[in-house]
Design a protein around this ligand. Structure first.
Ligand SMILES: [Zn+2]
Length: 101
């Protein structure tokens, strides 16, 4: 069985990601793209403690939109700022630490 080197618990009981979620300071902003298209940018997620690719995949599924992970930021097509915030809160991220611009 894999043991987490940070908290010392077996991987399936590891609480590191849970703690990381609660302490993550996230910024959700809107960026303008060419041709007037907008894009929701999620920043501040630590790739060390959170599987950002997996999070982006879940967000894309939830919002039914396209998106990418680039330089530690999640970029989603369209303006989904409120829904991204709600999604993150529902998944254990702290509401107080999420800033929507
Ligand atoms: Zn751990």
């Amino acid at each position: 069985m894999e043991i987490c080197s940070v908290c010392g618990l077996p991987e399936d009981l590891c609480i590191c990601e849970e703690i990381a979620r609660e302490t993550q300071k996230i910024t959700i902003s809107l960026a303008k793209r060419k041709f007037g298209k907008s894009m929701t940018v999620v920043e501040g997620i630590s790739e060390k403690s959170i599987n950002i690719t997996d999070l982006a995949k879940k967000l894309k599924g939830e919002l039914a939109c396209g998106g990418t992970v680039k330089d530690g930021r999640i970029e989603l097509q369209g303006d989904h700022r409120q829904r991204v915030k709600e999604f993150l809160i529902k998944h254990g991220y702290s509401e107080d630490l999420i800033e929507v611009k």
